[in-house]
Design a protein around this ligand. Sequence first.
Ligand SMILES: Nc1nc2c(ncn2[C@@H]2O[C@H](COP(=O)(O)OP(=O)(O)OP(=O)(O)O)[C@@H](O)[C@H]2O)c(=O)[nH]1
Ligand SMILES: [Mg+2]
Ligand SMILES: [Zn+2]
Length: 318
Amino acid sequence: MKKGFIKKMISNHYTLIDQETHEEIIATARGKLRYMKVTEDSSFSKQLTKKTKIEQKITTISPKVGDYVYYDDSEDQIMITEILPRKNDLARPDVCNVDQVLLVFSAIKPDFSFHLLDKFLIIMNQERLTPVIIISKIDLIEKEALDLLKIDLKYYEKMGYEVYYVNSKQRIGIDVLAHIFKDKLTVLAGQTGVGKSTLLNALMPGLDLKTQEISKALGRGKHTTRHTELYSYNEGYIVDTPGFSKIEFVIFHVDELKAFYPDFEELSSSCRFTSSCLHLNEPNCAVKEAVESKDMILSRYENYVQFCEEVKNQKERY
Ligand SMILES: Nc1nc2c(ncn2[C@@H]2O[C@H](COP(=O)(O)OP(=O)(O)OP(=O)(O)O)[C@@H](O)[C@H]2O)c(=O)[nH]1
Ligand SMILES: [Mg+2]
Ligand SMILES: [Zn+2]
């Protein structure tokens, strides 16, 4: 049995990269294939209920971009015979076995949002995906405003997240990015118009992906990226993704939320109610103390409080 990696898919035709020869092969798949899930993790922006999670465990699946598969080339038509277990599986973009997600934000147009960053980081932690933070359009923002943004983002760097600043139009800050893609499958994610496709074009001149000129009235781009395809880059693969206008996490209980805050988790051993503290109204809470002493940026905490409210309100609707 030969092993391949799915780079591209058009209806039932799969472009495989043979894992030994690195040759491209076109294969098909017979209906849906059996496969065992390694974890219960599923998706990224797909709406999930607890019920669909359970159902997914027993259903058969079709191969998709990012899959490692076994294939049979003994007949005229090359067939995919088995899908290897996926380490993760995204719905949008429709890829699996993702190694890292580039969270792309523009410094301005649309404005950078800590609310969106914190929400994204919850989802990344929940799905056990590794994020890298990219701030684009640094040429469009006032220097003072950029400096302030950098100071606040230092908080995230201290948490261990990598933050890069780019001006994709003039290819500034692009070369230092190249190494992060090596041997990895990287997905670009971010609001529409933040400059994901422009960044890819800057990394891979000649790729010539469609981008949209900023709509003057809205100050943001229109939806321009539509399909899923892996691009080979620096011994890895990159997926451009259509931007979203809204993204939501799926969390059912307030007490689940704090687990996706590594900085809160680290402090919680110093809270009076060590494991049960929700860092909301409890006395002697180390998280609240960190906000007061300015060791934690205020927005980080305020967004958390707001997300707790959202989870509570969502629960009341069921
Ligand atoms: N000045 C400047 N403009 C940029 C930069 N990056 C992107 N842009 C502009 O921002 C607009 C939107 O960029 P796109 O690359 O199409 O954005 P996108 O994130 O791919 O958008 P969707 O595909 O809709 O999700 C375009 O007009 C780009 O030229 C940058 O670093 N500096
Ligand atoms: Mg795009
Ligand atoms: Zn606490």
